[in-house]
Design a protein around this ligand. Structure first.
Ligand SMILES: Cc1cc2nc3c(=O)[nH]c(=O)nc-3n(C[C@H](O)[C@H](O)[C@H](O)COP(=O)(O)OP(=O)(O)OC[C@H]3O[C@@H](n4cnc5c(N)ncnc54)[C@H](O)[C@@H]3O)c2cc1C
Length: 425
């Protein structure tokens, strides 16, 4: 079997690692000119879904490399905009099986993760390969064409080309991302001693700053183990598009700062200052979009993984983890097909059937979390805060209120549970 993967992002590279590990011929075609030729963004939260996939697909050395380079995921806190602590949800509530590294959660630097995912694939990843279209040949194989005229032929073509996927546009043109009704301005704040002293809770784990306004601030500390690089705090201010300038995604760092300043005007001065003094180069606005995989389609030798088929707002940190889950499942099923245990189209059909279910659930969960986090009003905010404080005081209530919202989307699918049992019977 020969698999052609379009897109060398998180999902495509994890799939390539898994297939390579299983001895299947694979090539990855990535539009970027070279690794590191574009800014990779901030840290990414890897939950147990992603950890399981990385553990299964990476070589043993690659998995160890992940464990030594990823920072701790940490507890999840809720604070007011005056930095009063409402509740801290412990990791043991979020991910109860976290003692097993493959069932735990991490904050991983994206550039480091991509480097790690590329390791060992140097001979199969082609950079500067912009996919433009494919053709299904009469012999059942698929031929992909690239902007420079090159072609690649495989038994299976996997579109892992992200949110604006050209593979999806050709294969499933009815699956179209729609505006998800929220925008975010992300900031990187270097975690200096001064910042840690000014924002002690925000300097650790993940947090949400809950406000009586149609916005919230998500924060996540990235602490590279062993001081390998500079620690930083990712802060993403999420709001409704009508609250910020319509050309938000075109604004430069200074203009974004001015737009955010207005929204955070009444917030704690230390937090306002940290946002205003964040690294201007790293300020970045995005408009959230979403797409569900939709109803079943007849499976062919073309399939899709990751944002290409289930795009969701980055609220709840599910997009990348779901892309990794796709890579994990597809590796498992294509390996079975290559070994003659299953027909290739049946394997793709089985992947698509499960992916549609958990992918749709993840998109809906991210959209629901967005709705909930952007709802506001004096009564709603006071009610939520009272509830958070009650949860802080009563551990059983905290477990009941928050356990499911983290552990639910990360709960193993039956096939993941089987693998976990094989790992640790
Ligand atoms: C601000 C922000 C924070 C986020 N935080 C989290 C988080 O904490 N946890 C989480 O799980 N998810 C998070 N996500 C979502 C996550 O980043 C995505 O879901 C994930 O990157 C999807 O992986 P992918 O492989 O499907 O696509 P991508 O990672 O986007 O990779 C697609 C690749 O395809 C390439 N490509 C595109 N078009 C072509 C073409 N025509 N030809 C060849 N190559 C092409 C691109 O260059 C890219 O390398 C976040 C997203 C954002 C925006």
């Amino acid at each position: 079997m020969n698999v052609v993967i379009i897109g060398g992002g998180i999902g495509g590279l994890c799939l390539a690692q898994g297939l390579r590990r299983a001895g299947i011929d694979v090539t990855v075609h990535e539009r970027d000119r070279a690794p590191g030729s574009r800014w990779e963004g901030y840290r990414i939260h890897i939950n147990p879904v992603g950890a399981r996939a990385l553990h299964a697909c990476l070589s043993d050395a690659g998995w160890q490399d992940f464990l030594v380079t990823a920072g701790p995921g940490g507890d999840f806190g809720f604070l007011t905009e005056q930095l009063d602590q409402l509740v801290i949800v412990e990791e043991s509530i979020m991910y109860p099986d976290g003692a097993d590294p493959a069932e735990s959660h991490y904050a991983a630097d994206r550039a480091t993760l991509r480097r790690l995912l590329l390791t060992g694939l140097e001979d199969v990843v082609q950079f500067g390969a912009e996919f433009v279209g494919y053709e299904q040949r009469p012999d059942g194989r698929v031929e992909a064409t690239f902007a420079d005229g090159r072609t690649a032929v495989g038994d299976v073509l996997v579109g892992a080309d992200g949110a604006a996927s050209r593979v999806r546009r050709q294969y499933l043109p009815h699956v179209r991302p729609i505006d998800a009704g929220a925008v975010s301005v992300a900031h990187k704040i270097w975690l200096t001693d001064e910042v840690r002293a000014a924002l002690p809770r925000l300097g650790t784990g993940m947090n949400i700053v809950n406000v009586n306004a149609p916005c919230f601030l998500f924060t996540s500390a990235f602490e590279p183990p062993g001081g390998a690089s500079r620690p930083y705090l990712l802060c993403a201010l999420v709001t409704r598009p009508d609250v910020l300038p319509p050309d938000l995604t075109e604004l430069d760092g200074d203009a974004l700062r001015a737009a955010v300043d207005v929204l955070v005007a009444g917030w704690h001065p230390q937090l306002r200052r940290a946002l205003a003094e964040s690294d201007p180069e790293s300020r970045n606005a995005i408009a959230f979009r979403a797409a569900e995989p939709g109803p079943p389609w007849p499976s062919t030798s073309v399939t899709l993984i990751g944002d290409a088929i289930h795009l969701m707002p980055p609220i709840g940190g599910l997009g990348g983890n779901t892309a990794l889950r796709d890579a994990h499942l597809l590796t498992r099923l294509l390996t079975a097909a290559a070994g003659g245990e299953q027909d290739t189209l049946a394997a793709i059909g089985e992947y698509e059937s499960d992916m549609r279910e958990y992918g749709t659930a993840a998109v809906r969960s991210a959209l629901a979390q967005k709705e909930q986090a952007l709802s506001y009003g004096v009564v709603a905010t006071a009610g939520a805060r009272t509830w958070f404080r009650l949860c802080a005081a009563v551990p059983a209530l905290r477990r009941r209120t928050f356990g499911e919202s983290y552990a639910g989307p990360a709960a193993p699918r039956p096939w993941e549970r089987e693998l976990a049992m094989m790992r640790d019977p």
